[in-house]
Design a protein around this ligand. Sequence first.
Ligand SMILES: [Zn+2]
Length: 224
Amino acid sequence: MKKLREVRTRKAKVASAIVILTTATIWFISLLIGPSTVTIPSDLHSPSLATSTPLPKVHTTPVPSQAPETQQTLIYVIANHIPSYWGVDSVIVGWNKATNTDFVRSANCPSFKPCVYLKVNKKLPEDTAAQTEFGYRNDIVIELNPIVTKHQEAQSTLCHEMGHTLGLPHISGTANTCMTANDDFYRVTPSALDLRLANSYGKWSLEKMYVLSGKDLDVRSIPR
Ligand SMILES: [Zn+2]
């Protein structure tokens, strides 16, 4: 299950009761007809209207709050033509248990959004199952070596590289991670430790995750 952090935005209070009521009414109508930008006609602000119309009794029923807004960063995954044995969707489900980010597959990268491109690269060295490159814009490229053909190894590799995109470094001192630099253990989904680390980083940003993913971690150094 995805965990969503929710916030409510505060709206500025308007001095005039009429404007408050009008705003509330228009707001309520806008709720009925669907989300759209509501513009209050300027004549509603006219002093003559305000003085000639008796003030209606305004109940203190709160204006409906705005829809909850997520603080998660949506990261688009462009994984066209990636063979299914890499387990892209399973890895995404695993990492989407992290609090601050949510991977979503997309055919292409929306403008100005963080994107992770998965590509098969036949030219990677034989000893490299995959590599992750942080771009200078909001893009990351994960190159997958087609020399990897076994499902478990492939998915474990992808779990590892996706972990880097969330700032996770190489983790030593435990086998309970898909961020091990040790290539003889294959965990195919993030562990509770992996998710806890990812959650501890706060809001996602490319630069931050690039720096964090370079700081290798021995879990035995973490105070208990
Ligand atoms: Zn790595």
